[in-house]
Design a protein around this ligand. Structure first.
Ligand code: ADP
Length: 406
């Protein structure tokens, strides 16, 4: 079975083609055949295309703002030139889409129907930066590959069973009924990491209490117990929770009232500042990229302040997740910062010594992939995992397709 996974963002789009044998019961037998990306963010009116397959890297530029035109140019490379892995697009059986917001209704991966598309469209008001491009991705694939079955995999779904006390905000109850509640995000990654950890420990996931730390440009924690997320730091939107690259995370809502009343800022200006000009970037004045901040730390006081504040918020909220779990067996670090930044893991784990967390400095320094970096005496296992949302989506599509055909 050949499954194309599409992760369509507002300024970029990643796609990966996987092969999973039809008759294979274990979806672990999964091969990445081809990956491609389109980046619209670097130059106005220009799409940067990149494809990797057959050990070859192919790059090109298209002068277009039309996503369908860029996508056609990218997908041509599935069948043409050194990167070709297919004779024709018709060989693609299914397409899996990462859809950021599934609201309260969509708690499982779902075949795309007109009803599902209109639900994704209705949820645009809750995820204005993500759901429009996710929907556009689905519609473009209907045009390019009308015969392939499409599946929507929701980033909110893994958190859909968090208890009401964690989901509800202490606001008028009617607002909760109207959908103002914690949804949580990065669910595909948190679920993948929790399952991968259990596999690496050779233990049932249901026996473990985990805090998974997805630290990328966006960052969130999940408290995982009995195989489900029971608490998470992102909320109604991906703005709540941890301090991030350019997002502020949790702040006093009174600040927003103050900005509206006293500074006369508009909703759009506040949105832009809290989402794009805050976090590491806002405090350091340099960048939202952890690499730039840590490199500057020695001489630059604000870079140091940004780093220390990031660690403070990270540890404070790990503490909150541990309180929700009432214990901790495993701490997992994943995504760009979590996988690569030894200094972030070291600073965080030092502060978590009170929980019995102890890591091997040498193992940590090497940023190993999919390994336990805790010392044998540590009462908490600490994993560095390479998250792979696209692979997880392909596995989910495979499972759904198998369930339908048996
Ligand atoms: P996204 O959330 O956009 O998917 P990623 O998970 O790829 O992002 O994380 C991107 C971030 O990872 C970058 O902004 C950068 O801060 C961080 N990062 C990547 N490599 C390193 C590294 N070697 N050291 C520290 N941080 C890194």
């Amino acid at each position: 079975m050949k499954i194309l996974v599409l992760n369509a963002g507002s300024s970029s789009q990643k796609s990966s083609l996987y092969y999973i044998p039809n008759d294979e019961r274990s979806q672990e037998v999964i091969t990445l055949l081809w990956s491609g990306s389109i980046d619209f963010s670097q130059q106005q009116g220009v799409a940067k295309l990149k494809v990797e397959s057959n050990g070859v890297v192919w790059e090109d530029k298209q002068e277009t703002e039309d996503r369908l035109v860029a996508m056609e140019a990218l997908f041509k490379m599935l069948c043409e030139g050194d990167t070709a892995v297919l004779e024709s697009w018709q060989e693609i059986d299914y397409i899996g889409h990462r859809v950021v917001h599934g609201g309260s209704e969509y708690q499982q991966p779902t075949w795309v129907t007109e009803e599902v598309k209109s639900a994704i469209a209705q949820l645009i008001s809750l995820a204005p930066n993500h759901n429009p491009s996710n929907l556009q991705g689905i519609e473009m694939m209907e045009t390019l590959l009308p015969n392939a079955g499409q599946v929507a995999v929701f980033d909110t779904a893994f958190h859909s069973r968090i208890p009401t006390t964690s989901a509800i905000y202490p606001l008028p109850y009617q607002w909760y009924e109207e959908g103002i509640r914690r949804y949580g995000f990065h669910g595909i990654s948190h679920e993948y990491c929790a399952q991968k950890t259990a596999q690496l420990l050779d233990q049932p996931l249901s026996n473990l209490k985990l805090v998974t730390c997805h630290l990328g440009n966006g960052a969130s924690l999940a408290a995982v117990k009995n195989g489900h997320s029971i608490d998470t730091t992102m909320g109604f939107t991906p703005l709540e929770g941890l301090m991030m690259g350019t997002r502020c995370g949790s702040i006093d809502p009174g600040i927003i009232i103050h900005l509206l009343r006293e500074k006369g800022l508009s909703a759009d200006e506040i949105d832009q500042t809290l989402n794009k000009e805050s976090g590491l970037k806002g405090l350091s004045g340099l960048s939202g990229d952890m690499r730039t901040v840590t490199e500057a730390m020695g001489e630059n006081e604000r870079a140091q302040l940004a780093f220390d504040t990031y660690i403070h918020h990270l540890c404070r909220q790990i503490g909150a997740m541990v309180a929700s779990l009432q214990g901790l067996d495993v701490l997992v670090f994943t995504a760009g910062v979590g996988e690569n930044s030894a200094i972030v893991r070291q600073a965080a784990c030092e502060r978590l010594g009170y929980l019995g967390v102890e890591i091997d400095p040498e193992k940590n320094q090497n940023s190993p992939q999919n390994e336990d970096i805790a010392t044998p005496d540590s009462s908490v296992r600490v994993f560095v995992l390479h998250t792979n949302e696209d692979r997880a989506i392909a596995q989910t599509v495979w499972q759904l397709a198998q369930a339908n055909s048996y």
